[in-house]
Design a protein around this ligand. Sequence first.
Ligand code: FMN
Length: 178
Amino acid sequence: MQKDKIMILYNSKTGFTQTYAELLAAKLDCAALPLKDAPADLSQYDVVAFGSRLHAGMLDGWKKARKLLAQRSAKKLVLFATGAMPNEAEAQIQKVWEQNLTPEEQKTIPHFYLQAGLCYEKMGGVDRAMMKFAAWAMTRKKSKTEEDEAFRNAIRQSYDISDPKYIEPVVTCLKQES
Ligand SMILES: Cc1cc2nc3c(=O)[nH]c(=O)nc-3n(C[C@H](O)[C@H](O)[C@H](O)COP(=O)(O)O)c2cc1C
């Protein structure tokens, strides 16, 4: 495969998305850069991948990235989201895509979810407070489902459920698109 066919851009606060972006770049022999360092002209790339964390159900920075990628003439796009949910939480993940992408984007932009984890040590103060609030809100919830209980237990501490193997579908897709 030729170089410079693919560009990987990412936003990452605690490192999970950056790690996945760098694994993709190593596998595909291309660059991975933070979105803020995106080249001014993206038209030379066959495909641009954008990865970010999920943040209260939203793909963090996607609104800004969507604009920037269009302004800088990115051709084809591929998205990947990282989060604390396991890959098996298919219904919740589907809901996330419906919340973040227009129906047209859902059809035309390949999008992937990669399970990652939580890292309180690297989290900012606002994020830590938001997690504390989420845990508190869960204790207050009257009829808790098994999933609610699992979520409440899971977010008590940092955990890492990421794995390099999860990039494989993204790698295949980026190869096909480039
Ligand atoms: C305030 C806050 C809200 C979050 N909301 C979600 C969420 O809605 N769904 C999810 O799966 N993960 C959620 N997470 C977990 C992050 O998406 C996860 O840790 C992500 O991999 C972090 O990526 P980064 O290390 O690249 O910053 C949230 C984390 C924080 C701190």
